[in-house]
Write a protein that binds this ligand. Structure first.
Ligand SMILES: [Ca+2]
Ligand SMILES: [Ca+2]
Length: 284
């Protein structure tokens, strides 16, 4: 019994140790590819089968209803498949592909687009809009952020539109990402990453020390990647440790919303109008 017990304790210790090491592992970025020629791309998101990447193009001022915004399709190896795939949007920003639909913030509403037809088939329209930014869908409920009004909304056909949270605790809420049954959000004023429990709407800080946090990625090895529109990419190792992986401010390159596909981090760069892919590799 004692031998077995000791072995079990040993295994548990090893598993725990591995977990701690993984969550604290150093990583670095290796450049894979860059595609130029987009029109103020704000966000990227994988297709539902993960075989390609969609890119939202604001095209012109961020909040102008100019009808020239569009979504592009690009391949995983950095080729443009279809530049103007879904057109007729205004200033499209954060989005998600879910159950054959794209939900995308577009200046004054969240547009619901049928992927097969490319048609807008519905709109979610909140009141007193500040700056609509990002979208996530968790268990059929659509969540979206209003950065200007410091508000996180939820919408479902059955439940309608309501506020999950609003005010100083989420001042400058920007990026959203589904995390199991929960939601991750970046909050720019506080410079942190929060996990929102969608049952009771309580929030837990899971990362800090990020500036202008925008896109969120969940690393398989533990921790998170965060792209910041001012020009940084961060690695959140755990709730108290964050590493700066890239600072492209000196080059005038912004790091807007991003998506992590396995170990490939894809980032939209409003400035200078590109999409860049990086491989996240262990840095021992
Ligand atoms: Ca536009
Ligand atoms: Ca954003």
């Amino acid at each position: 019994m004692t031998g077995i017990f000791a072995r079990i304790v040993g295994w548990i210790t090893m598993v725990c140790l591995f977990g701690i090491l993984s969550a604290n592992a150093q990583v670095r970025l290796e450049h894979l590819w860059t595609i130029d020629g987009f029109d103020r791309p704000e966000s990227v998101f994988p297709s539902e089968d993960g075989s390609e990447i969609y890119v939202s193009n604001i095209n012109g001022p961020s909040n102008e209803e100019d009808g020239n915004g569009y979504i592009s399709r690009v391949s995983l190896d950095g080729q443009v498949i279809e530049k103007k795939w879904i057109t007729g949007l205004d200033g499209p920003k954060g989005f998600v592909a879910d159950q054959g639909k794209i939900y995308i913030t577009d200046v004054k509403h969240v547009a619901k687009i049928d992927i097969a037809s490319g048609e807008i088939e519905g709109r979610i329209v909140p009141e007193n809009i500040g700056f609509l930014n990002d979208v996530a869908v968790v268990n059929g409920v659509v969540y979206f952020s209003d950065t200007g009004a410091d508000t996180l909304y939820r919408y479902s056909d059955a439940g309608g539109l309501s506020k999950v949270a609003s005010g100083p605790s989420i001042d400058g809420i920007n990026g959203l990402l589904k995390d199991g049954d929960n939601l991750l959000i970046t909050v720019m004023a506080e410079g942190n990453l929060l996990r929102v429990d969608l049952n009771d709407h309580s929030m837990t800080e899971v990362g800090q020390g990020i500036i202008n946090g925008d896109g969120i990625g969940i690393l398989d090895s533990g921790g998170y990647t965060i792209s910041s529109h001012s020009g940084e990419i961060y690695h959140i190792k755990n709730a108290t440790e964050t590493d700066l992986l890239l600072d492209s401010k000196p080059d005038g390159i912004s790091q807007n919303d991003s998506t992590l596909m396995g170990d490939m981090l894809v980032v939209a760069n409003i400035r200078p109008g590109s999409v860049t892919a990086w491989k996240v590799v262990p840095d021992n």
